[in-house]
Design a protein around this ligand. Structure first.
Ligand code: CA
Length: 234
């Protein structure tokens, strides 16, 4: 059975384009142009098994997406990808911290959207899915159980904090993790403003793990938002 996507976007042209493109990919698409309509669609869809993923534009005529996100998280952990208009949009960080799964800045390309959707669907139902314990990309292999990290077969030594930070990213590989989430999970909730910790430790990790630390292919920066570990490739 095909997956159901709720697309909440008030730009008529973009809504039409995305709907067509997603239907070609085999998704069943319900489109809404406002928050109120999206809430009505969700209420209606509930009886039919709900929706599998939500694409949520931030700037909507009747408000921003936060109310919808809260309802979705409470209900069943439906993945939400935020569609953000501007690079400097603070709203996307707020929604990511509140539990949205990922974001894209407009204009984005379709291939990128589809890739993000696949990752979000794979990570869906965080509470029940088997925990991610392995990661591989290029010559890098990470095993969280044994705390073993190798690059082209050679063991890489990480400090406990470096490992903890890397493990946090591995558990959400392919998805953005905000500065706040990383700081809270690795250093503790009292350290969520210490973004310089992240810069320091990320530089150390890149020096140890990347082929070219100046041009990272694994530990990717999402400017103003957080970091993303590249999707596993093998
Ligand atoms: Ca909009």
């Amino acid at each position: 059975m095909s997956l159901a996507v709720l697309l909440v976007e008030d730009d008529r042209e973009l809504r039409g384009t995305l709907r067509d493109a997603l239907e070609v990919e085999g998704y069943r698409v319900r489109a809404s142009a406002s928050l109120a309509d999206a809430q009505a669609v969700l209420a209606h869809a509930r009886a039919a098994g709900g929706v599998d993923l939500v694409l949520l534009d931030l700037g909507l005529p009747d408000g921003d997406g936060e109310a919808l996100l809260t309802a979705l998280r409470r209900e069943r952990g439906t993945p939400v990808i935020v569609l953000s208009a501007r690079q400097g949009d603070e709203g996307k960080v707020r929604l990511l911290d509140a539990g949205a799964d990922d974001y894209l800045v407009k204009p984005f390309n379709l291939a990128e959207l589809l890739a993000r959707m696949r990752v979000a669907l794979r990570h869906r139902g965080t509470a029940v899915r088997p925990a991610v314990t392995r990661y591989a990309h290029g010559g890098l292999a990470i095993e969280l159980d044994t705390r073993r990290v190798t690059r082209d077969g050679a063991e890489v030594h990480l400090t406990p904090t470096e490992f903890k930070l890397l493990a946090r990213l591995v558990r959400q590989a392919g998805q953005v993790v905000t500065h706040r989430q990383l700081l809270a999970d690795v250093w503790g909730p009292e350290h969520t403003e210490q973004t310089h910790y992240l810069r320091l430790y990320m530089a150390q990790l890149r020096a140890k793990l990347e082929r070219d630390a100046a041009d990272p292919a694994l530990l990717l920066t999402e400017p103003g938002v957080g970091y993303r570990l590249a999707e596993p490739s093998d």
